[in-house]
Design a protein around this ligand. Structure first.
Ligand SMILES: NC(=O)c1ccc[n+]([C@@H]2O[C@H](COP(=O)([O-])OP(=O)(O)OC[C@H]3O[C@@H](n4cnc5c(N)ncnc54)[C@H](OP(=O)(O)O)[C@@H]3O)[C@@H](O)[C@H]2O)c1
Length: 310
């Protein structure tokens, strides 16, 4: 069966909920607000929301589960989640994958997951992950059992991600911060995934901050402080966007949305206001003239230095 057949075609945006439930406690007013917001994301008309077993220490899934239960069958979005390393023992093998999945099912209150990713397996060598009793075996077993529709790999470093994609085992790939206006190092990875018929998710089109909030002194790109050189480059980029009456985040989002390599762009969303803004940003059109001028800026000084695959 092809990846496309295993997974409902995603809408161009997937809502990323890594911050959902962060610093809320069970039964608090803040938690009730977070559940209301999660309901909005599940009813927003997008195909998927993206979470993980370890986002906010499991609170992202717990809040989503409460919202999904409240909405019942009326929700439009399905929940994609990820299996994670055991936070106490550091174990990330076949048995841990099954346990992580069971923990997610309990928190989400649902039996089947349309897409389950192997999340940030940076600590594993490829032979550990792909060998007998390894994490990938656990994912394949879950897919074979029907509890999971499709399996994917989600992470950052390109050499590691390329090795997982070329294993031929996965239906989907999610890579973050590496296909943006600043850094396009995921291009060959996504091309390979495309050739293999995999579903491609591009996460963090704003570089997790810089390309949304702009080149402020304290700006970060890919969870790292932006260098003075990167801030200067981004100021020049922002100026070009303004000359065309477009905001930096509108152009940053369009960069991902217009790529034929990407099925869905995963944007981090933390409030109803951001959800409305996202609708507005998505409607903006970037003229080809602006893309040409951005090209002329030359490559951005990206802070990402990926290690080799293990
Ligand atoms: N390994 C993995 O699997 C992996 C890694 C990274 C990301 N992801 C997925 O991808 C999703 C997106 O990643 P991300 O959230 O790190 O990066 P992102 O989508 O590039 O950026 C989100 C950030 O941009 C800010 N922002 C959004 N719109 C803005 C606006 N109009 N003005 C100013 N700031 C704005 C948000 O701030 P506010 O908080 O103020 O709204 C948030 O901090 C995650 O939630 C997760 O689901 C997965």
């Amino acid at each position: 069966m092809t990846a496309e057949a295993r997974l409902r075609t995603p809408s161009s945006l997937t809502l990323g909920l890594s911050n959902l439930g962060r610093s809320t406690t069970v039964g608090s007013v803040e938690e009730r607000g977070a559940i209301d917001f999660a309901e909005l994301t599940l009813a927003s008309g997008h195909t998927y929301v993206d979470t993980s077993s370890n986002y906010a220490g499991g609170r992202s899934e717990a809040v989503l589960g409460a919202a999904a239960t409240r909405l019942g069958p009326t929700r439009s979005a399905d929940i994609i989640t990820k299996v994670d390393v055991d936070p106490v023992t550091g174990r990330f093998d076949r048995d841990r994958v099954w346990r992580s999945f069971d923990e997610s099912r309990a928190r989400l209150g649902i039996d089947t997951i349309p897409l389950l990713h192997l999340h940030d397996p940076d600590m594993l060598s490829m032979s550990e992950a792909l060998g007998p009793g390894g994490a990938v075996q656990g994912l394949v077993e879950l897919r074979d059992s029907g509890a999971v529709g499709a399996i994917g790999v989600a992470g950052g470093p390109i050499p590691m991600m390329s090795a997982y994609v070329s294993s031929g085992v996965f239906d989907a790939v999610l890579c973050h911060n590496r296909f943006t206006l600043v850094d396009q190092s995921a291009t060959a990875l996504f091309e390979d995934a495309r050739r293999r018929g995999m579903v491609v998710f591009n996460a963090a089109p704003f570089g997790a901050g810089l390309l949304a909030a702009g080149p402020r002194q304290d700006a970060r790109y890919a969870y790292l402080p932006a260098s003075a050189e990167l801030l200067t480059w981004t100021r020049a980029l922002e100026l070009l966007c303004r000359e065309h009456d477009l905001s930096l985040p509108a152009v940053a989002l369009a960069f991902s949305l217009q790529s034929s390599l990407i099925d869905s762009t995963v944007v981090g969303i933390s409030s109803p206001r951001r959800l409305d803004e996202l609708d507005e940003l998505q409607r903006q059109t970037v003229p080809s003239e602006l893309w040409a001028k951005i090209e002329q800026l030359g490559p951005a000084p990206t802070p990402i230095v990926d290690p080799p695959a293990r």
